[in-house]
Design a binder for this molecule. Structure first.
Ligand SMILES: C[S@@+](CC[C@H](N)C(=O)[O-])C[C@H]1O[C@@H](n2cnc3c(N)ncnc32)[C@H](O)[C@@H]1O
Length: 317
């Protein structure tokens, strides 16, 4: 038997769901939802099945059956699956979502990690934001990391608020998502400032310091301002497509892995497999941050910490 974190590599990334198959067109939709779950973790809830029934309203049962047979032959990486999963996933996100947790990340988690890295003479810092949607959470993480570096005396702030880390630091903050559409939006990095949009809970001071107005938007909404993060933030950011049910993590050697408001859509066996992937992504001493309702599935590998913003987990071995 393998011991330590290496055991996590034996956990199957894809866990086949077992449920009764129904008859008729609804039965075909149900067959498809089971395959969605098997490939992407998204559970076949009533809401997902209703979305699919609407998509296939005009198809006959035999057309649908043929198409489901065809889909079952394709791997999760095929663009037909990736197009379908776009419309079945929830992409809700915004800047400064869960402020107490973000304050804790900057104040306790990042400060401790930066101090430890400085002591060991390691000036790299890598964060993986898994299930990042359109990139607000990932961009937020760069802002927090830059502020934490200032607090540790490892970055300076110019009169207009630009934060420049000591050049010995190499910072990488990587956002990944299964949806190609949201990853494209994150890379494009233009965020509209309206009502319940990305900036719904963002202060004017942060907007001024970290963002700039964008004027060259194709088809802008009338009367709406668009912003993107300033170059001093964007230079540490990258985004790419990655399915959390893959056999490998998107990154390894991470100091922080954060995954919030994603695992809630998965069944327990999938959550467990995905958290095994996070264990393989983290360096020893790295920190796992999950969403408020998420349970830790591999407590034997982590030291649990509690702060004002909730729990965080230090990988021990
Ligand atoms: C509600 S958003 C959360 C965004 C951000 N983490 C936050 O808390 O604001 C959930 C994201 O998880 C992504 N997702 C769902 N299943 C996934 C999978 N199997 N692999 C990677 N991302 C997935 C969705 O595409 C969606 O963008």
């Amino acid at each position: 038997m393998q011991r330590g974190i290496a055991a996590l590599s034996t956990v199957p990334a894809v866990v086949a769901p077992t449920r009764l198959v129904q008859q008729g067109k609804a039965g075909q939709v149900h067959r498809l939802t089971l395959q969605v779950e098997e490939r992407f973790g998204v559970q076949p809830s009533g809401q997902v099945e209703r979305k699919l029934e609407r998509i296939f309203e005009k198809a006959t049962e035999s057309d649908l059956c043929g198409w489901v047979d065809h889909m079952s032959m394709l791997p999760a990486t095929d663009s037909e699956w990736l197009s379908l999963v776009e419309s079945l996933t929830v992409h809700e996100t915004y800047f400064c979502r869960d402020k107490p947790m973000l304050r804790m990340l900057r104040g306790e988690v990042m400060s401790q990690l930066l101090q430890r890295k400085k002591q060991s003479g390691d000036y790299t810092f890598k964060i993986w934001s898994a299930g990042c949607s359109t990139g607000e959470e990932t961009t937020n993480l760069v802002m927090l990391l830059l502020q934490a570096l200032v607090k540790e005396g490892e970055a300076s702030v110019s009169v207009d608020g630009e934060i420049s880390p000591n050049p010995r630091w190499k910072l990488q903050v990587i956002g990944t998502d299964v949806s190609r559409q949201v990853v494209a939006t994150a890379k494009n990095a233009h965020y509209a400032d309206f009502g319940m949009g990305s900036f719904r809970d963002f202060s004017q001071a942060n907007l001024k310091q970290f963002f700039e107005l964008v004027s060259d938007i194709a088809d802008p909404l009338p009367g709406v301002n668009y912003y993107r993060a300033k170059p001093f933030v964007r230079r540490h950011l990258s985004f790419r497509q990655h399915n959390l049910l893959s056999s490998s993590p998107a990154e390894t050697g991470c100091d922080i892995v954060i995954c919030r408001n994603v695992l809630i859509y998965f069944q327990d066996s999938v959550k467990r497999a995905v958290q095994a992937l996070f264990g393989r992504a983290l360096s020893t001493g790295g920190v796992l941050v999950l969403g408020g309702p998420d349970v830790l599935y591999w407590p034997e590998f982590y030291k649990r910490q509690f702060g004002d913003g909730g729990a965080w987990y230090i990988k021990e071995a």
